[in-house]
Design a binder for this molecule. Structure first.
Ligand SMILES: Nc1ncnc2c1ncn2[C@@H]1O[C@H](COP(=O)(O)OP(=O)(O)OP(=O)(O)O)[C@@H](O)[C@H]1O
Length: 529
C-alpha cells in the first residue's frame, strides 16, 4: 500500500524467489560489487512488471513504488557545501515521489577525499542526517564497488549489505539460455561451452552481446557459434580495458617451440583437475607450478599457452608491483589478486619475478618484517586454493635460490620445472620454427643452415631478437631495391638467408658463458633436491 513500503518488504521483494528470477543474489542495501555493473540491472528490475508476475502482493507494490536513480558522480561539486545541497535536493525529490526506491549509484564518489579531511566529514554527516530523517516509505539502496570505500559511519546507516559476486558457470548458462530464447540459433551453438568461455562476463555484457545478435536476428539471420565467439572477443577486450578483467590469452601450443616435457608437467597439474573435479574432493588436485630459468626462456609464453589451451583466463602479476610502502597494503594487494582470480575462475595467476615477492623470511634488512608478512599472506592464499579449485598459480623466477623455501612445500608450488637455454640445434630449430610462424619467410631459406650459424646457446628471446633484426635487414634491403627501381612496394617483405646472415654478423647471445655456468649450477642443485 502507498506509504507502507518499508525496507523489510523491499528486502522480501528482492529476495528469492524473485531474485533468482533475475539470476542475481538476493539484494538489500547497500550493494557492493567489484565490477560495478549489476546495480544498473537491479535498478531496472526493481520497479518493472517482471518482478510482479510471481505474486499479487508484489504486483501491488511494484505498481505504486516509484524509482529514483542517481549516479553520485553528479553530486560531486567544488565545495562540500555544494555537494550537501545537491544531496539534500535528491532526498527531497525522493520524498516527493514516495513511496519510492532511491538508488544511489557509486555512493563512494560523493564521499571521496578532496584534500581537507573535515570537508569529507561534512558531506558524511549530512548524508547520515538525511538517511536517518528519510521517511520509511523511501527505501534507500546504494551501490559501491568495494565495501571498504564506505566510511563506518555511513555503513552503519544501512541495515543490510550484500556482496554481488560474478555469476558462476551455471548461472551464466541460465542467463545465456534466457537471453537467446528468441534467437534463431545455429546447430553448432553450444550454450554450455559458451558459458564456460564467458568467465568474468557480466549480465550486462551478456545482454549487450545478445542485443547485437538480436539486431542480426531481426534481419532473419541465423546466429552461429562463430558470431557468439567474435562478439565475446570484443566484449572481453572492452571489459579487460575498462576494469582490467583477466581474459583468455591468444597463445597456442604451436607458438611455443620445444619444451615438450614442461608442457606435459603443466598440463598434468592444470588440465587434470579441470577434467576430473572429483580430484578436488579427494584432496589430490595440485594448484601451483614454479618455472625457473634464465630470462627469455619462454616462461610467460608457456603460462599464457596453458591458459589458452585450457580456456582459462590469465592474470599476470609482477612481484614488485604488489609491494607497497603503506602498512598492510601489500598484503591487501595479494588478497585482491586472488579475489580477482576467483571471480574470473577458471583462472591462471602468473606471478612473474616471484623471488621479489616471496624472498626467504627472516632475512635482515627488511624493515619491520614487511616482506615476512607478505610471504605469509601469499602462503595463506595458496593454501586456501585447495578447497576452492578453479584457480591455478604459475610462478616464475630467475633466482629460485632466493625464494622462501616454504613456497616449495607440497600443496603450494608442488612442481618445480627448470626451463633452460637451448643449447642443442634440435631445440633451437623447434623454437625458431615456432617464432617464425608470425614472420614471412622466403621459401628458399633453409632454417637448419641458419640455426647452424647461430651462437651455441640461444634463449627463445634471443631467437626472437634475431628474427626482428633479420626483418630490419629485409626492410632496408627492400627500400634500396625500390629506390633502384628493381622492386615494388606492393610485394611483401620476405626474410631471406642473406637477411639472417646480416642479423647474425653482430649478434650476441643475451646470456654470457659465466651466467650459463651459474644457471647450470642452479639446475643441478634443483635436480638433486
Ligand atoms: N620456447 C619458445 N618458443 C617460442 N618463442 C619463445 C620461446 N621462448 C621464448 N620465446 C620468445 O621470447 C619472448 C620472451 O619470452 P618470455 O617473456 O616468455 O620469457 P620469460 O622466460 O618469461 O622471461 P623473463 O624471465 O625475463 O620474464 C617470447 O615473447 C617469445 O617471442
Amino acid at each position: 500500500q502507498p506509504g507502507g513500503c518499508r525496507s523489510d518488504t523491499f528486502c522480501r521483494l528482492a529476495s528469492p524467489p524473485y531474485a533468482s528470477e533475475l539470476h542475481i543474489q538476493p539484494v538489500t542495501s547497500p550493494l557492493y560489487n567489484n565490477l560495478g555493473c549489476y546495480d544498473n540491472l537491479l535498478a531496472q528490475h526493481f520497479c518493472t512488471p517482471r518482478l510482479t508476475d510471481a505474486s499479487k502482493q508484489s504486483y501491488c507494490l511494484a505498481a505504486v513504488v516509484s524509482r529514483l536513480q542517481v549516479d553520485c558522480v553528479s553530486l560531486c561539486a567544488d565545495s562540500p557545501a555544494a555537494s550537501e545541497v545537491k544531496l539534500a535536493s535528491v532526498f527531497q525529490r525522493a520524498e516527493a515521489l514516495q513511496p519510492c526506491v532511491l538508488l544511489l549509484r557509486n555512493l563512494q564518489l560523493v564521499l571521496r577525499s578532496r584534500g581537507a579531511a573535515e570537508s569529507d566529514c561534512r558531506v558524511q554527516a549530512k548524508l547520515c542526517q538525511l538517511l536517518s530523517c528519510a521517511p520509511t516509505s523511501v527505501v534507500m539502496v546504494a551501490t559501491v564497488c568495494k565495501l571498504r570505500d564506505l566510511p563506518a559511519g555511513i555503513m552503519a546507516a544501512f541495515v543490510h549489505q550484500v556482496a554481488i559476486e560474478s555469476p558462476t558457470e551455471e548461472q551464466r548458462r541460465a542467463m545465456l539460455s534466457s537471453l537467446s530464447r528468441d534467437l534463431h540459433l545455429g546447430k553448432d551453438v553450444n550454450l554450455e561451452n559458451l558459458s564456460r568461455l564467458t568467465t568474468f562476463s557480466l549480465y550486462c555484457c551478456l545482454c549487450s552481446g545478445a542485443q547485437q545478435q538480436e539486431d542480426l536476428c531481426s534481419s532473419g539471420v541465423t546466429i552461429l557459434n562463430q558470431d557468439f565467439t567474435s562478439a565475446l572477443e570484443i566484449l572481453q577486450d572492452t571489459l579487460s580495458k575498462a576494469i582490467g578483467a583477466p581474459k583468455i590469452p591468444n597463445v597456442h601450443w604451436e607458438d611455443v617451440g620445444g619444451l615438450q616435457h614442461v608442457k606435459k608437467e603443466i598440463l598434468d597439474t592444470v588440465q587434470l583437475p579441470l577434467q576430473c573435479p572429483e580430484l578436488l574432493s579427494l584432496d589430490l588436485n595440485r594448484t601451483g607450478i614454479l618455472l625457473c630459468g634464465p630470462p627469455g626462456t619462454g616462461k610467460t609464453l608457456l603460462a599464457k599457452a596453458v591458459a589458452t589451451e585450457c580456456s582459462m583466463t590469465f592474470l599476470s602479476v609482477k612481484g614488485p608491483e604488489l609491494i607497497n610502502m603503506y602498512v598492510g597494503q601489500s598484503e591487501e594487494n595479494i588478497r585482491e589478486v586472488f579475489r580477482r582470480a576467483h571471480s574470473a575462475a577458471p583462472c591462471v595467476i602468473f606471478f612473474d619475478e616471484l623471488d621479489s615477492l616471496a624472498p626467504s623470511r627472516g632475512r635482515s634488512g627488511d624493515s619491520g618484517g614487511v616482506m615476512d608478512r607478505v610471504v605469509s599472506q601469499l602462503l595463506a592464499e595458496l593454501d586456501a586454493l585447495h578447497s576452492s579449485g578453479g584457480v591455478f598459480v604459475i610462478g616464475a623466477t630467475n633466482r629460485p635460490d632466493l625464494l622462501d623455501q616454504s613456497l616449495l612445500r607440497p600443496g603450494r608450488f608442488d612442481k618445480l620445472v627448470y626451463m633452460g637455454i637451448n643449447e642443442d640445434r634440435v631445440s633451437q630449430l623447434q623454437v625458431f620454427q615456432a617464432i617464425l610462424r608470425t614472420f614471412q619467410l622466403d621459401p628458399a631459406v633453409n632454417l637448419q643452415e641458419v640455426v647452424d650459424c647461430c651462437p651455441a646457446h640461444m634463449t627463445g628471446a634471443d631467437l626472437y631478437a634475431l628474427c626482428s633484426d633479420a626483418t630490419m635487414a629485409a626492410i632496408k634491403r627492400k627500400i634500396s631495391l625500390i629506390n633502384d627501381g628493381l622492386d615494388s612496394e606492393d610485394s611483401p617483405v620476405l626474410l631471406s638467408t642473406e637477411d639472417f646472415s646480416t642479423a647474425l654478423e653482430n649478434f650476441k647471445s643475451s646470456v654470457s658463458d659465466e651466467e650459463l655456468l651459474r644457471y647450470k649450477d642452479i639446475q643441478q642443485k634443483l635436480a638433486a633436491k
